[in-house]
Design a protein around this ligand. Structure first.
Ligand SMILES: C[S@@+](CC[C@H](N)C(=O)[O-])C[C@H]1O[C@@H](n2cnc3c(N)ncnc32)[C@H](O)[C@@H]1O
Length: 376
């Protein structure tokens, strides 16, 4: 592993959803004051380090902001009139940086609300594909993985060094660099290769599958889940597809395909009207209610802290009616930790819209001590 040298850049890049740029800038300023936003395009930003910043020997050992889809060291951009010119300049900029993988993807150009369900992933847009093919063809020194080093569907290994080519515009590519430290950074742009199956009744299927892959929760087929806000049922289907049992709680109608599933049960009522005993055998909880974050937190708190309930992990989709609500995140996390969840991750997922996903886990898992009835 090479140590940071005199040419290690003093900039980091981050990609994010279009619309989340200011939330990312605010978050960065809150956690790492002294960094200054520099180059900026929708869905793509760079930040200049303060004087006292010492680049890490591990380019990926950088903090992981909630609103960043991907992050890494930023080596700058190249412009060119042809693909060959762009590739030649990009490889020249990469110089002798060691690498195991090359991730190529296009920055987001539309807010997630305007992205059709069948839109290509950022690594599979036409511009990303042509950039990848050109870089592959002109690669001056193939890593040990050979041509597979460019394959966007093949996950990089933890610790791998990755050259990032971010297509800013057709004639403008960026060079980034990271080492893989997080589940999502194994894939180009931090986006898991997940596709909506034909049987899915809503796009929440994508969001749930992404949440499961990203959170790396230790779940097995046969685990028992409850979902608050389960209608029409895409997220429950993602769980059912993995062999889970699901209790869906929602006053709205479930899609018949979900309702008829042998491992699905519907309680047609609000979370607040649900007796706590129904959660007695549930170990995992998902909340996807279209309500303000404080409502979700109060509803979930009243379930997971109940003496007869033992929930090992929760996945909470917290809807932000205004981006500025993200400033409340530290308080929300303190509250979630106070329920006994000692491991947590937070991220705006690729398949989230104006919302964030919190995955919180109790490790090791300890059931609450049941109050024993005295026998006379
Ligand atoms: C975004 S939709 C959920 C999508 C769903 N997870 C899926 O996979 O298709 C939000 C749902 O939250 C439900 N909801 C809102 N308040 C609720 C509450 N207090 N208890 C249960 N469900 C609630 C709504 O009825 C609505 O169906």
């Amino acid at each position: 592993m090479s140590q940071p040298g005199p040419n290690t850049p003093r900039f980091l890049f981050a990609t994010c959803h279009v619309g989340a740029e200011q939330a990312l800038i605010n978050e960065w300023a809150r956690i790492h004051p002294g960094w200054k936003p520099a180059f900026r395009r929708p869905g793509f930003l760079t930040f200049k380090a303060p004087e006292d910043w010492r680049p890490s020997a591990f380019p990926g050992a950088i903090f992981c902001p909630v609103f960043a889809l991907s992050i890494g060291l930023s080596y700058g951009g190249v412009e060119g009139e042809s693909l060959e010119e762009l590739a030649q300049k990009w490889w020249a900029l990469a110089g002798d940086l060691p690498f195991h993988r090359v991730h190529v993807w296009q920055r987001e150009t539309k807010p997630p609300e305007l992205r059709p369900d069948d839109a290509p992933l950022p690594s599979q847009t036409l511009l990303a594909q042509t950039a990848r093919e050109t870089l592959q063809r002109t690669c001056p020194r193939l890593p040990s993985a050979g041509q597979a080093a460019f394959d966007p569907e093949r996950p990089a290994a933890f610790g791998d060094l990755v050259l990032n080519c971010i297509v800013i515009e057709e004639n403008h590519w960026w060079l980034g660099y990271h080492s893989v430290m997080e589940s999502h950074s194994r894939y180009p742009g931090g986006v898991f290769p997940i596709y909506l199956p034909e049987h899915a009744v809503s796009r929440a299927w994508l969001k749930m599958e992404e949440a499961l892959q990203w959170s790396e929760f230790p779940i097995r087929a046969g685990s028992r889940w409850a979902e608050l806000g389960s209608a029409p049922g895409g997220a429950s289907q993602a769980l059912l597809d993995r062999g889970m049992y699901v209790l869906g709680i929602d006053p709205a109608e479930m899609h018949p395909a979900v309702l008829q599933h042998p491992r699905f049960t519907h309680l047609r009522r609000r979370s607040t009207q649900t007796p706590r005993r129904v959660f007695r055998n549930i170990r995992w909880l998902l909340s996807d209610m279209n309500v303000p974050p404080n409502y979700t937190l109060t509803a979930v708190e009243s379930i997971v802290t109940h003496p007869i309930v033992n929930i090992r992990g929760v996945i909470l989709m917290l809807k932000l009616s205004k981006w500025s609500q993200a400033d409340r995140l530290p308080f929300w996390l303190t509250r979630i930790q106070s329920w006994g969840y000692n491991e947590y991750r937070v991220r705006q997922l690729y398949h989230n819209r104006q919302e964030i996903c919190v995955a919180a886990l109790q490790r090791p898992f300890r059931r609450k001590r049941q109050v024993q009835r005295r026998r006379f």
